[in-house]
Design a protein around this ligand. Structure first.
Ligand code: MSP
Length: 519
């Protein structure tokens, strides 16, 4: 599987939306590997374009120096929050430039590009040309376009309109848009924008910070045309550079994880049409996994509103586990969610510190105390034991179903369900009471075995989302290779009889929120 995220604009610092997307993709990659499916995870940064050029000039530095500084913030954050990628796409990389230029040359040779004069309106903020279809009901260009200027210039165009009929037909026949409800949005947009070709150049007198046209040195490449190509340039398209992966082997089962704002027109229309023009076949077309947005009290996060959430600060304040858990747990893939610090703290404290923490504490601490850390399951089993084993099978099935559908929140909900059942079982069995009765030593061991066996499974299921915490749990259970197991190997009985566990230590210390000064 080739799994990619959008490449982030390097004209500011990473915010919570960027972090969500990278964590989501990281979790998907880790889960796929848990299923034994090979994954190549590509992410990176989008470094060209007018916005970068403008911000760099405001700061009085070169665009090169500016993007280098901002890119370092992104790579440092991914390192800090455990986003592990296999390939890094930075669009100023000479290997990417060579690939974009080769594609432009190929498309020109195929008769897919032409030059034409244009007289009309241009949105500086969105870096795109506008048509009458972009006007609102009153005939104006809305605030979303920012400053709109009238310009006249000659540019290079891609014959997008030659591919839209194919695209409509392809979308109708395929399931490449996930979740499915987004497909209608794309099909409607295509019906509105289908007949228009795409302007893919910017004259250098207006923008210098881009990839030069290989056959017309007065122009640079439109930032979206350049950026979309990262998905193939960095996995070896065209065999241009031996340091990159083998394209034929890597370009398979491709999933692009993107936000809902960049499905139309960039990925859903431009990218599919570009790939089609390059000769990609229907079965080689990527899937778009379109996620929703994190908002603040229903409003978009924006620098202007001053409500942008900084993931770096959150990781420092609450820890990486709490941040990753929240970003996976409190949003359903495809839908929007409100970012809420109280919920971040509450979900960590309830589901991890209390529920899972309690289970681990009971299983591992009591085993240390009551059975000297030796786990043993004595027969015959009682109805409650079988009930707990059944709960695990059910949770595991639900977890797999949800994770296979990229619904991480549901996957965690399934895991949590078993954790809750384990605690109910412990409350019912009361091994701490039973232990007072010397006749019941074997029964105590069996109950603790059931709890510890559950912890082993939970560690594996949790590992895509919280790899570090899962590793700590696995170390305490001390089963060699526990986290190297594939999901198909998860079945009751991971822990052999008479296995000895390590000394436990808390993995999810409760978050104590700072008391507001006026409280
Ligand atoms: N550079 C383009 C993508 C080019 S891909 C060939 C871009 N960059 S971005 O920095 O603006 O956004 C990067 C990703 O972050 C996008 O998928 C976008 O949807 C996502 N998010 C930006 N803000 C977001 C939220 N508030 N919530 C969730 N994700 C959001 O677009």
């Amino acid at each position: 599987m080739l799994l990619t995220t959008a490449i982030d604009y390097t004209n500011g610092s990473p915010h919570i939306g960027h972090a969500y997307e990278k964590v989501l993709a990281d979790v998907i990659a880790r889960y796929q590997r848990l299923c034994g499916r090979p994954v190549y995870f590509l992410t990176g940064v989008d470094q060209h374009g007018q916005k970068v050029e403008q911000t760099a000039s405001k700061e009085g530095v070169s665009p090169e120096a500016y993007v280098e500084k901002v890119t370092a913030r992104f790579t440092a954050l991914w390192e800090k929050i455990g986003v592990h990628y296999d390939g890094w796409a930075a669009t100023t990389d000479p290997r990417h430039k060579a690939c974009v230029q080769k594609i432009l040359t190929d498309l020109k040779e195929k008769g897919q590009l032409y030059k034409k004069a244009y007289n009309g309106f241009y949105s500086v903020r969105q870096e795109q040309f506008l048509t009458d279809r972009d006007r609102d009901a009153e005939g104006n260009f809305g605030a979303e376009w920012g400053e709109v200027v009238e310009i006249q210039e000659e540019n290079w165009y891609f014959k997008l309109s030659e591919h839209t009929e194919w695209l409509v037909d392809f979308l109708e026949k395929s399931d490449v848009i996930l979740p499915q409800f987004r497909k209608a949005e794309l099909v409607n947009a295509l019906a509105r924008n289908g007949g228009i070709d795409l302007c893919i150049s910017r004259p250098k007198e207006r923008l210098r910070w881009g990839i030069e046209f290989p056959f017309d040195a007065d122009y640079v490449t439109y930032v979206w045309f350049d950026a979309l190509i990262n998905y193939i340039s960095f996995v070896g398209y065209g065999n241009l550079d031996p340091s990159l992966p083998d394209f034929a082997a890597t370009w398979e089962k491709v999933v692009h994880v993107i936000g809902k704002d960049i499905m139309v027109p960039a990925h859903g229309i431009y990218w599919y049409c570009m790939l089609h023009a390059m000769g990609f076949r229907n079965e080689e077309m990527p899937t778009l996994l379109v996620h929703g947005w994190w908002n603040i009290r229903g409003e978009k996060m924006s620098k202007t509103l001053g409500n942008v959430v900084d993931p770096d600060q959150l990781a420092d304040t609450f820890g990486v586990d709490a941040l990753r858990y929240y970003l996976c747990r409190d949003i359903s893939t495809g839908k929007d969610s409100d970012f809420d610090l109280d919920r971040l703290v509450m979900l960590f404290n309830t589901e991890l510190a209390n529920e899972l923490g309690n289970l681990c504490n009971r299983a591992l601490n009591m085993s240390q105390k009551f059975t000297s850390g030796v786990l043993h399951c004595y027969l015959p089993l009682e109805e409650e034991d079988l009930g707990l084993q059944h709960s695990l099978v059910e949770s595991l099935n639900l977890y797999r179903e949800a994770m296979d559908a990229y619904d991480i929140s549901k996957g965690l909900e399934a895991l949590n369900r078993h954790v809750v059942n384990c605690n109910i079982y412990a409350e019912r069995m009361k091994p701490w009471e039973m232990n007072k009765d010397p006749e019941k030593k074997q029964r105590v061991a069996t109950v603790l075995y059931h709890l510890a066996e559950s912890v082993a499974h939970c560690a594996v299921m949790l590992s895509p989302v919280l790899p570090d915490a899962a590793a700590k749990l696995a170390a305490q259970i001390d089963l060699p290779g526990l986290l190297d197991r594939k999901i198909d190997e998860l079945a009751w009985g991971l822990v052999p009889n008479d296995h000895v566990i390590q000394k436990p230590s808390p993995v999810f210390p409760r978050i104590v929120p700072a008391t507001p000064p006026d409280a």
